[in-house]
Design a protein around this ligand. Structure first.
Ligand code: C5P
Length: 224
């Protein structure tokens, strides 16, 4: 058995990072943490409480009332598990407003760091390698082409019965990519020591197998 390390996986929207990281975590018996859930759940909380997203002070006060715990490998927000609701179109369109607030990010990053104090986590997001866990032993930038990512998202919407055109999904993806890359804080960057994995041509199982190879290779090249 390998000693445990921490694995940071960053990448753009719909790159399949959460699905692949979740399966890898099961395979290697690690805890899987999708940090997008925090930003989405807090956005949902603000929407429900009619918090003005443009007003950072109000959002910060709301964050004080938004308790976040990690229990048995899952987040609890104000003692409740997250729901599918956080993936609806309304939350998805508003979450960038929350994710661009500097002071909000600072508190969320500190909270994640507090939870991930030990090894054995796979943490997925946008700023994990660069800000949250710069000391993670394995850093992976998982990506796929814009065309493939918007196709995946479109298929997902179809399955959920959401009425939207392929063109709309593509255009939304361009906007989200742009916000993720250009925001002044916690932006999506490829750090120097990240391994880039492009899964445009892979099915999910292949992506997981490739990630497992990167994990095994880490131990081959870091023998004590
Ligand atoms: O990955 P997902 O689409 O669920 O992320 C939801 C939102 O949270 C996105 O707008 C993304 O930019 C933001 N996010 C973030 N930092 C993270 C994880 C997600 O800003 N570490």
């Amino acid at each position: 058995m390998h000693r445990k390390i921490n694995i940071a996986i960053d990448g753009p929207a719909a790159s399949g990072k959460s699905a692949a990281a979740y399966l890898l975590a099961k395979k290697i018996n690690y805890q899987f943490m999708d940090t997008g859930i925090i930003y989405r759940s807090f956005t949902n909380y603000c929407l429900k409480n009619k918090i003005d997203f443009e007003n950072q002070d109000l959002v910060l006060s709301a964050l004080q009332l938004f308790d976040m715990k990690w229990v048995n490998g899952h987040f609890l927000f104000n003692d409740q598990p997250s729901t599918e609701e956080i993936y609806n179109k309304n939350v998805t369109s508003k979450v960038p407003l929350i994710a661009t607030l500097v002071e909000v990010r600072k508190l969320i990053v500190a909270k994640i760091q507090e939870i991930v104090q030990n090894q054995g986590f796979i943490v997925v997001g946008r700023d994990i390698s660069s800000v949250v866990l710069p000391n993670a032993q394995l850093k992976i930038f998982l990506t796929s082409s814009l065309h493939i990512r918007s196709e995946r998202r479109y298929q997902q919407y179809l399955k959920e019965g959401i009425s939207i055109t392929q063109e709309q999904v593509y255009n939304d993806m361009v906007i989200r990519d742009n916000i993720d890359k250009t925001r002044s804080t916690g932006q999506l960057v490829i750090v120097k020591d990240a391994i880039i994995l492009d899964n445009s041509d892979f099915i999910l199982a292949t992506t997981v197998a490739k990630l497992k190879i990167l994990y095994d290779n880490y131990f081959i090249s870091h023998k004590k």
